[in-house]
Design a protein around this ligand. Structure first.
Ligand code: ZN
Length: 339
């Protein structure tokens, strides 16, 4: 066994993690990313971000937000959820948003569905992809979707079949994969088993969601590597909220462990109306800065994202929690950097 592989094993990382030497050899246990490895950023601000904000954007403002994200290079966006408008009035215009979306052949739009009724609504629109939510814990499942984990697994497989019959792309997110606000710890074995069952029905991808922002990087590395190996070649996406300030560290742990797509929202907008005290998603600009400066490629224009985040803060009437938008990228041209 060569020295590099020995170090990978010593770090407890999955063997499929790719290592190269863009900046020199791997020393002191530091994991180096593969040079220019592509990481996809899925912008979820127009759905997850907006659904927990008291300011309700007009359909036109949502389209403006989405257009700015596309101008910054985003190719895949969650743009609406097909939920009860009485419970989530921020998403009441889902059909109108999808009808007004700018059309680009390389941009894909996702509509979130929590049940078959939502899926039938989504299939009536031209949305490219249905994002089905399947919850790992009974407590959150009952409150968010009125069903326990087992019933939601059946729902998710039924909706995947429906999408396949209709020729529509389906992917599944496992909510509360790292912890539940009502049940507490979630058994990782049950998450892996749920992912394996879902994978048998060939979703485009499976996402692991830290719905309430309780995950920590060691837990993320362990669960993402297990799921990635269990469902390969189906890709793993991850979804983190920054409730306890571990969001960026969790993103890093996830991509080192096999995740290839990251959900993020401009400015760190976001939350969940059914998850008490959940805060925003990881901020898109902070994730892009971290990844690009570490040798990964996201294909995104950080300056354009920052401009859009500043616009979004004005629209929402409050400062957004993302950090990079406050100070800008580094190195920058008109540089004054605080010490
Ligand atoms: Zn979320």
């Amino acid at each position: 066994m060569n020295g590099r592989l020995t170090r990978i094993k010593a770090l407890g990382l999955p063997i499929h993690t790719r290592f190269t030497k863009p900046f020199g050899d791997c020393t002191m246990g530091v994991v180096e990313p593969c040079q220019a490895r592509q990481i996809e950023i899925v912008e979820v601000g127009p759905r997850d971000g907006l659904q927990n904000e008291s300011v309700i954007l007009s359909t036109g403002q949502k389209i403006d937000f989405i257009t700015r994200a596309i101008d910054a290079g985003i190719k895949r966006l969650e743009v609406a959820s097909f939920v009860n408008p009485k419970l989530v009035p921020q998403m009441a215009d889902a059909e109108a948003v999808i009808a007004a979306l700018p059309q680009h052949k390389d941009v894909h739009y996702i509509g979130l569905v929590l049940n078959k009724r939502g899926a039938l609504r989504a299939l009536e629109t031209a949305v490219h992809e249905l994002g089905i939510v399947c919850t790992a814990s009974d407590g959150f499942g009952q409150r968010n979707q009125g069903q326990n984990a087992g019933e939601l697994l059946t729902m998710a497989t039924d909706v995947m079949h429906l999408c396949q019959q209709e020729g529509r792309v389906a992917q599944v997110t496992i909510a509360t994969a790292f912890g539940c606000p009502f049940d507490g710890e979630v058994d990782p074995d049950s998450v892996v088993a749920m992912a394996c069952t879902l994978a048998e029905h060939q979703p485009k991808e499976i996402a692991l969601a830290d719905t309430i922002g309780c995950a920590a990087p060691g837990q993320v590395a362990a669960l993402v590597s297990r799921v990635a190996q269990a469902i390969a070649p189906i890709p793993v996406r991850v979804h983190f909220h920054n409730t306890r300030n571990t969001g960026l560290a969790n993103v890093w742990a996830a991509i080192q462990s096999g995740a290839v797509s990251i959900d993020a929202s401009f400015g760190g907008l976001g939350g969940c109306p059914f998850a008490p005290r959940a805060t925003g998603n990881v901020p898109t600009e902070d994730v892009v800065y971290m990844l690009e400066r570490s040798g990964y490629s996201t294909g995104l224009d950080l300056d354009r994202i920052i401009t859009a985040v500043n616009w979004l803060g004005d629209v929402m009437g409050r400062g957004l929690p993302g950090m990079v938008s406050k100070v800008g990228a580094f190195p920058c041209n008109n540089a004054e950097q605080s010490s």
